[in-house]
Design a protein around this ligand. Structure first.
Ligand SMILES: Cc1cc2nc3c(=O)[nH]c(=O)nc-3n(C[C@H](O)[C@H](O)[C@H](O)COP(=O)(O)OP(=O)(O)OC[C@H]3O[C@@H](n4cnc5c(N)ncnc54)[C@H](O)[C@@H]3O)c2cc1C
Length: 251
């Protein structure tokens, strides 16, 4: 476990101009049983910027109506004309409903990302832990890592068909945990996976999952002696609450 190390990694914050972009659905694909991949396109993408894999932007649903709804999603991949978003197909929720029904040509507005947080420092290896909502960030991160970067992922998904293969130059070890979507609020599989694992010093741990799960994983690692400056944890959704998250879990 990491003892107190003086030169802990730094979170470097970048701001981006916050504006709305009007895009259209160019493709909709069932990436896996519980993941819908949407490719969005539009001229508004020309100056889109996302500086870190765990960035988020808002999908703005019914943007022109009196009651638009916004939900956080990860820019999984982007270019000056295109944005790829991976949406978990979970029951109940306007964003998941929208993604299920999205058809080529449909309009969608996005907002942000407002900023990016890059984690920089003398990190020997990474441990990325999360559920299916974190998989877009984890996938992007692992794909963007420089050659030979050591990274381990622990990702909870409903079953083997929801696992993803990633094209990466990194030295990647994947652990997939299988549990039904309606058990995504149970931290036990993650804690069991971590139980048999030794974290060498200078391992940076990134966690994103349902808020109680993310908090339980962080507490488990702190109890094992991992330095909190080497952990970043977020609740990407909150069980039983719409439009809720807990970004930046602390003590
Ligand atoms: C920084 C950040 C990045 C994110 N990136 C992504 C991403 O790339 N892809 C992605 O799919 N999600 C991502 N999420 C999570 C996503 O924002 C939430 O799951 C969101 O609540 C979905 O909106 P909704 O309209 O479908 O459901 P809501 O209206 O928000 O919620 C309706 C009900 O569904 C429940 N619920 C919400 N999400 C889930 C879920 N995944 N499984 C089971 N029940 C759920 C809620 O607890 C609530 O009871 C991210 C969240 C954050 C904070």
């Amino acid at each position: 476990m990491t003892d107190q190390i003086a030169d802990a990694p730094q979170i470097i914050r970048m701001r981006h101009e916050l504006r709305r972009r009007n895009l259209r659905v160019a493709a909709s694909e069932r990436l896996s049983p519980h993941m819908i991949r949407l490719t969005l396109q539009g001229a508004d993408m020309h100056d889109f910027n996302s500086g870190a894999p765990d960035d988020h932007m808002k999908l703005i649903l019914n943007a022109e109506s009196d009651s638009p709804q916004m939900r956080d999603y990860t820019p999984r991949r982007f270019s000056t004309s295109e944005l790829v978003v991976d949406v978990v197909d979970h029951p109940g929720g306007p964003a998941a409903d929208w993604a299920r029904a999205a058809a080529v040509g449909d309009a969608i507005t996005i907002g942000g990302p407002r900023g990016s947080q890059r984690i920089e420092g003398a990190i020997d290896q990474w441990l990325l832990i999360g559920d299916e909502t974190a998989l877009p960030a984890i996938g992007r991160w692992i794909e963007e890592m420089p050659a030979a970067t050591r990274v381990t992922s622990i990702v909870g998904v409903p079953d083997a068909a929801d696992e993803q293969s990633l094209d990466t130059a990194a030295d990647w070890t994947a652990h997939w945990l299988h549990r039904p979507l309606d058990q995504a609020t149970d931290p036990a599989p993650y804690l069991a996976a971590l139980g048999g694992m030794t974290l060498p010093p200078r391992t940076f741990v990134w966690i994103a999952a349902e808020a109680m799960v993310a908090r339980a994983i962080r507490t488990h690692l702190l109890d094992k002696g991992h330095d909190k400056q080497w952990i970043k944890a977020s609740g990407y959704w909150v069980a039983g609450q719409a439009d809720a998250s807990d970004k930046g879990i602390e003590d």
